[in-house]
Design a protein. Structure first.
Length: 284
C-alpha cells in the first residue's frame, strides 16, 4: 500500500518522520479521516473543509493547497487500487527548531484497511461506559487521543465497546464518534457544544429532518439513561446502536426503530454520493 509524504509516493513502511517533529515531541498536529467506497472518497469536500479549519484553528503555517490534496487523494486511490479503504490525512507541527514552535508541517496521506462494526454489534447493539472528561479544543481534529487510548483498559474491563465523555452531567461525544439520543417522544437529539462536528453526523442531520424532529442542544446524562434509543455515528461505523450505558439498559435493550430507519437513510445518502461522484468522473 502506497502512502504520500511531502511530495513523494512511498510504501507505507518507508514514510518516516524525523524525531524532531512536533507530532513526536509534543503530540502537536491535526488529521482527518475519510472513507473510500467503490473508489469514491465519500464527502471529500466536507472533510477537506474540516481539515483546513483545524489547521487554521491550530495555527499551523502554510498548509498544503487544496488542489494538491485533491490530486494526492485521487492518485493514491488510483495507484493502490483498493475499492474500500480508509484514508488518513495528517499535518504535523513540523521540524521545530526549539521543539515547541510550529513550523511548516509534514503532510502524510495514507490508505488503510477499514475496521467495521461486526454484524453482531449492528444487530444487537453495544454497551458503552461513561467518563468525566472534555477534550482540549474539541472543535478541532487533533492527533491528541491520549485520554481515549488510556481509557481503553477501562472499556475492556467493563466489557464495553466505547466510552462516552461527560462534564458536570452534560454529555458530549465519544473519543472517535458523535452521539445521538432518541427521546421517548421520538425526537432525535444530538449534543451541540464541546464536540467535533463529524461529517457523518452532518450528513445524517441533513437527511433525518425529512422524517423526524431533530434537535441540536445540551444533553444530560440523566436524559441519556432515560432515553428510548441511543446510537453513535462515525466515518467507519456509520450508525451503531447503543443498548446499554454503564448499568442502565436503554429502552427495550435492543436497537430501536428510529435507529434502523436512520441507518437506511444514511446508506441511501452514501449511495447517492457515490452515484453523483462516479457520474462526474465519467463525464470528464
Amino acid at each position: 500500500m502506497l502512502s504520500y509524504l511531502n511530495g513523494e509516493f512511498l510504501p507505507l513502511e518507508r514514510a518516516h518522520l524525523h524525531v524532531s517533529d512536533l507530532s513526536i515531541q509534543r503530540g502537536f498536529g491535526i488529521f482527518d479521516f475519510l472513507r473510500v467506497k467503490e473508489f469514491v472518497p465519500l464527502y471529500l469536500e466536507h472533510y477537506l473543509d474540516r481539515f483546513y479549519n483545524s489547521a487554521s484553528r491550530m495555527g499551523l503555517p502554510d498548509p498544503p493547497e487544496r488542489a494538491e490534496l485533491h490530486s494526492v487523494i485521487r492518485e493514491l486511490i488510483r495507484r493502490n487500487e483498493v475499492a474500500e479503504a480508509g484514508m488518513k490525512i495528517i499535518l504535523t507541527g513540523g521540524y521545530s527548531p526549539d521543539a515547541y514552535t510550529p513550523v511548516k508541517g509534514n503532510l502524510i496521506v495514507s490508505q488503510h484497511a477499514l475496521v467495521l462494526p461486526s454484524v453482531n454489534q449492528v444487530e444487537q447493539g453495544i454497551k458503552v461506559i461513561t467518563y468525566p472528561y472534555r477534550r482540549d479544543i474539541p472543535e478541532v481534529k487533533t492527533i491528541n487521543y491520549t485520554m481515549g487510548v488510556w481509557l481503553q483498559q477501562k472499556v475492556k474491563q467493563a466489557k464495553a465497546a466505547d466510552v462516552l465523555y461527560h462534564h458536570d452531567g452534560i454529555v458530549s461525544e465519544f473519543p472517535r464518534c458523535n452521539f445521538f439520543v432518541v427521546t421517548r417522544q421520538g425526537i432525535v437529539v444530538t449534543p451541540h457544544q464541546f464536540i467535533l462536528h463529524g461529517i457523518t453526523r452532518k450528513k445524517l442531520l441533513e437527511s433525518a429532518t425529512r422524517q423526524f424532529e431533530v434537535q441540536e442542544r445540551t444533553v444530560t446524562l440523566q436524559e441519556v439513561y432515560d432515553s428510548a434509543e441511543l446510537f453513535l455515528t462515525s466515518t467507519t461505523k456509520g450508525i451503531l446502536p447503543i443498548v446499554q450505558v454503564d448499568d442502565h439498559v436503554i429502552g427495550s435493550g435492543k436497537p430501536g426503530p428510529v435507529t434502523w430507519a436512520l441507518r437506511e437513510v444514511l446508506q441511501k445518502t452514501e449511495q447517492r454520493e457515490i452515484e453523483i461522484a462516479t457520474a462526474a468522473i465519467g463525464s470528464r
